[in-house]
Design a protein around this ligand. Structure first.
Ligand code: SIN
Length: 277
């Protein structure tokens, strides 16, 4: 079967069919790369991928980022565990966000492999930041084109942050000193597609540069509500063998926390990125 790329929803993502990601020819790799650049998130089904193959596939895209907050797999430090145990109420990534926007050189994207799934629930939602940007008015696009925003992590991973407050035993490492913060343009030009994308997110963007948090809040809230409109999003239902690969420069994601009392374990490998402009 030859490779096929099929849009996953009207607004976001694509399914890539007819490939085994553990054994991609160079020409299939080019087609997968094009699908990733075009759609922001791509999904694969029925992959029987080992941890070693997951790492090898990730390395074809760039150097691997070892996450400073997530617990790593015991044997494979390149693999971060996204785990929720039966007794836990808080999940990891349970709100719209873009990974690593608090870094000066934010990670390019992550490859998430399902390892243990709840019977129902535990879907991941994605939102397309190209589409969100394209739908803004010319006036707001012009205003945003001159603005930068500050992205921070202390309120999430810091000592008094979200994970410590809601579930101190969830295995995430609490940051005490290394609490990165970065400033990026509010609208970026994607380094590979050349398209403009909205680059603020509810998880980590705290204010606009030169504006107070209070001044920033109304416009940020507007942008967050706009970008999460259903027409820019999709919802991926995991099955055994499912893999999602998202582009942090072009999408947000949200791990639905609707499976209390069941276990979910995902393996995530994150690939390094570069500064955005
Ligand atoms: C994440 O935010 O990386 C977690 C996504 C998921 O578990 O679905």
């Amino acid at each position: 079967m030859s490779i096929q790329v099929r849009k996953f929803s009207g607004g976001c993502g694509a399914e890539v069919l007819g490939v085994n990601i553990a054994n991609l020819s160079n020409s299939d790799m080019d087609a997968v790369r094009q699908a990733y650049v075009d759609h922001g998130v791509i999904f694969f089904r029925d992959q029987k991928i080992t941890e070693e193959e997951h790492i090898a596939f990730a390395r074809r895209w760039g150097p691997i980022n070892i996450n400073r907050f997530f617990p790593a797999d015991q044997k494979y430090p390149e693999i971060a565990e996204v785990r929720k145990e039966k007794a836990q109420k808080t999940n990891i990534g349970g709100g719209w966000h873009t990974d690593h926007s608090y870094d000066v050189e934010p990670a390019m994207g992550s490859i998430l492999v399902a390892r243990q799934l709840p019977e129902t629930g535990g879907d991941t939602l994605f939102a397309n930041m190209y589409a969100a940007y394209d739908a803004l008015s010319p006036g707001l696009k012009e205003t945003l084109s001159h603005m930068r925003a500050i992205h921070s992590t202390a309120h999430v991973f810091g000592a008094g942050g979200f994970y410590q407050q809601t579930d101190p035993n969830n295995g995430m490492k609490t940051a005490h000193s290394d609490m990165p913060e970065a400033t990026h343009p509010v609208v970026i030009t994607h380094p590979e597609s050349g398209r403009k994308a909205l680059y603020v997110n509810p998880g980590f963007t705290v204010c606009f540069e030169g504006w107070t948090p209070m001044e920033s809040k109304p416009l940020l809230d507007y942008l967050f509500a706009h970008a999460a409109l259903p027409e820019f999003t999709c919802r991926f239902q995991w099955r055994d063998g499912s893999v999602a690969f998202w582009d942090n420069r072009a999408t947000w994601h949200y791990a639905a926390n609707d499976y209390h009392g069941q276990q979910r374990l995902m393996h995530r490998i994150t690939i390094e990125g570069s500064a955005l402009s």
